[in-house]
Design a protein around this ligand. Structure first.
Ligand SMILES: [Cu+2]
Length: 630
């Protein structure tokens, strides 16, 4: 999935890695004179380290001119490269295979690391060292296992000490797609981890080559050799002899194959090295656990991408992460046109005296500005959801279908309904699963301004767009407080950063940067045409999740005529020019157009009248214009 600019970078990286690997594979088998196991080692490591593998190959191993391989590869630093390549090729392959398997099985990260270590060590020791090297080392398989154990242990410890924290911190970081082997970024983290592991293992390998306890690079004797069939046996030694007495002396033994190695390391040295690399290994596995939650698995976090600035701690539950995560763009099932409007009146079907509405929730892309689209959760593919216009006394049925990737429910805010129709998930009904349906049915006994919204994880779902107006006319029309124009204002807060949409919350990293009236930020909000002397009934609805918005109207006071759907008695009505609309609240106000001109309706927290902190055409966000003609 492409979610960030660096996904394109990774594609570029893997194209480079493939090209580099193809070149190294071609060149190795086209005649670089070294044992097959080393050819494979370089090919695998180039696959993991891309251009850096290629660089190591041409600097340290590729025969510059025929017959020069042995001399070319003799410096200790190159021998150290060869030894590390050998270790990394085996160990990393084991680690990567284990990572794919543990991720697929849904094992927690800390078990992941242990399985990866065991798999890497086993693969390196039993297969890459003991099995593949047997031909060069001579001796029996188990003699090789015994001889390779300590150098392999030290090298593996050092490598995993670098690779483990790299994997833990990046996989459990902001972008947890990195835990999923089906995502490119997983392979990017693996590549980077192998490079870090190579760097941490390298100095130990140099020392071990110098002390004659680990192989460096080797040169394969030319095919038509006097040995004939016997060249299995210490091939490198035979080549050595053939080269004559001027061959490199002291440093040479590191590069000797098989029986030619003369181990110089003392037992205390080896013990200290094993101890220190063991300590580094344990540190590399444990320390990341102080800042990220290593008890979680790939399955727990489901590739969640967290907002920038979110504080992640070692005790943050996976449920919290999924709640706060970005909407994965690939979940979008409908791209709304840039000029689409929400809050469209939904015409009911009449069935046996019931007003029947069909409502579906799904993931859409919605433009809050011409150039700003959000991935949103929507009722009937619009934000706000469709307006339900009812009359007091109506019998209604809502056939609800859930096409979201998660469960949901619908709550009828402020209405007196049978308890099982009220909507709170786990309280009055089982959450409606993804793909499921539920029928809400009730009789409307009230009138006024109400709304409906999700009541399953509303901090995520309502913030992402699951809300809509319920406007109920009184049974006796004469009791309606009338105005020339009737306009509903549904508020919401949004968080769109980089290329992703997160549910806005009053949490670190989730603070909103866009604000909408009826799904649009100013200057894309409606302009309401009026004439001097006309009245407008503004129905403010706190469909938003986080802030109390002091909604203010320019051009003189309005009269507050209803609060939370309840019409105020004449004596209780009052004049004001600002109402604090908190989440869930409704205010119906009547404003009279006294003078011609453009009169603003806006939130009085100025940050809420900006789009991502930018003012456009005099504002943004929670702002609209009453355009009064004389
Ligand atoms: Cu505000």
């Amino acid at each position: 999935m492409i979610a960030f600019p660096y996904d394109y970078y990774l594609i570029g990286w893997f194209v480079l890695a493939a090209a580099a690997t193809a070149y190294v594979a071609y060149d190795q088998f086209a005649g670089n004179p070294e044992p097959t196991v080393m050819k494979c080692g370089f090919i695998l490591v180039t696959l993991y380290m891309g251009p850096f593998g290629l660089l190591l190959y041409v600097l340290a191993d590729k025969e510059p001119r025929p017959g020069e391989h042995e001399k070319f590869t003799s410096p200790l630093w190159k021998q150290g490269v060869g030894s590390t390549i050998h270790c990394v090729a085996g160990d990393a392959t084991g680690i990567i295979l284990a990572a794919v398997v543990t991720a697929s099985l849904g094992l927690p990260m800390w078990i992941d690391l242990i399985v990866e270590y065991v798999a890497g060590f086993s693969f390196g020791l039993f297969i890459f060292q003991s099995l593949f090297m047997k031909r060069i080392m001579g001796g029996t398989y188990w003699q090789n296992v015994k001889m390779s154990f300590m150098p392999e242990f030290i090298s593996m410890n050092a490598m995993m000490a670098g690779m483990a924290p790299t994997m833990s911190l990046l996989m459990m970081g902001r972008d947890m797609r990195a835990m999923d082997p089906f995502e490119l970024v997983f392979w990017g983290v693996m590549s980077f981890g192998v490079m870090v592991g190579f760097a941490t293992a390298y100095p130990f390998n140099v020392w071990m080559v110098k002390k004659g306890i680990k192989h460096g690079l080797m040169t394969e004797p030319p095919k038509p050799q006097k040995h004939g069939s016997g060249h299995q046996d210490g091939g490198r030694g035979a080549q050595h002899g053939a080269e004559g007495p001027d061959d490199h002396g002291a440093s040479g033994h590191g590069s000797h194959g098989g029986h030619g190695m003369k181990p110089e390391a003392t037992t205390p040295q080896l013990a200290a090295l094993a101890g220190v690399t063991g300590f580094l290994l344990i540190s590399g596995m444990v320390l990341p656990g102080f800042s990220v939650n290593l008890r979680l698995s790939a399955r727990d976090v489901q590739g969640a991408i967290m907002p920038p600035g979110m504080i992640k701690t070692f005790d943050l539950p996976a449920e919290a992460m999924k709640d706060m995560a970005a909407v994965p763009p690939r979940q979008v099932s409908y791209d709304a046109p840039a000029d689409a409007r929400g809050d469209r009146a939904l015409e009911p079907r009449i069935e046996n005296g019931l007003k029947v509405f069909d409502i579906e929730a799904s993931v859409i892309r919605w433009h809050i500005l011409p150039d700003v689209a959000v991935e949103a959760y929507a009722y009937n593919r619009q934000i706000p959801g469709p307006r339900l216009e009812l009359t007091e006394g109506d019998h209604v049925r809502i056939n609800f279908h859930n096409s979201l990737p998660e469960s949901t429910t619908v709550h009828w805010h402020g209405l007196i309904v049978p308890n099982e129709m009220d909507g709170p998930a786990e309280i009055t009904q089982k959450p409606i699963p993804s793909g499921g349906s539920y029928t809400y049915e009730y009789t409307v006994g009230q009138h006024g301004t109400y709304f409906y919204h999700s009541h399953d994880h509303p901090d995520r779902q309502q913030a992402l767009g699951l809300y809509g107006a319920l406007l109920i006319a009184p049974k006796d029309p004469s009791t309606e407080v009338r105005a020339d124009v009737d306009y509903t204002i549904q508020l919401q807060e949004w968080l769109k950063r980089e290329w992703l949409t997160y549910p806005a919350m009053l949490m670190e990293g989730e603070i909103p940067n866009y604000f909408t009236i009826n799904g649009k930020a100013y200057p894309s909000t409606d302009t309401i045409p009026m004439k001097v002397g006309q009245t407008v009934k503004l129905r403010f609805i706190g469909t938003n999740n986080n802030f109390v918005h002091p909604m203010h109207v320019h051009g003189g006071p309005f009269e507050v005529v209803a609060v939370d759907g309840v019409t105020l008695q004449d004596s209780a009505r009052y004049q004001a020019d600002t109402v604090n609309v908190g989440p869930g609240q409704r205010y119906d106000v009547i404003w009279t157009a006294r003078k011609p001109g453009k009169w603003l309706v806006h939130c009085h927290i100025p940050h809420h009248t900006a789009n991502n902190n930018v003012e456009q055409k005099g504002g943004g966000g929670l702002m609209l214009v009453l355009d009064v003609q004389s």
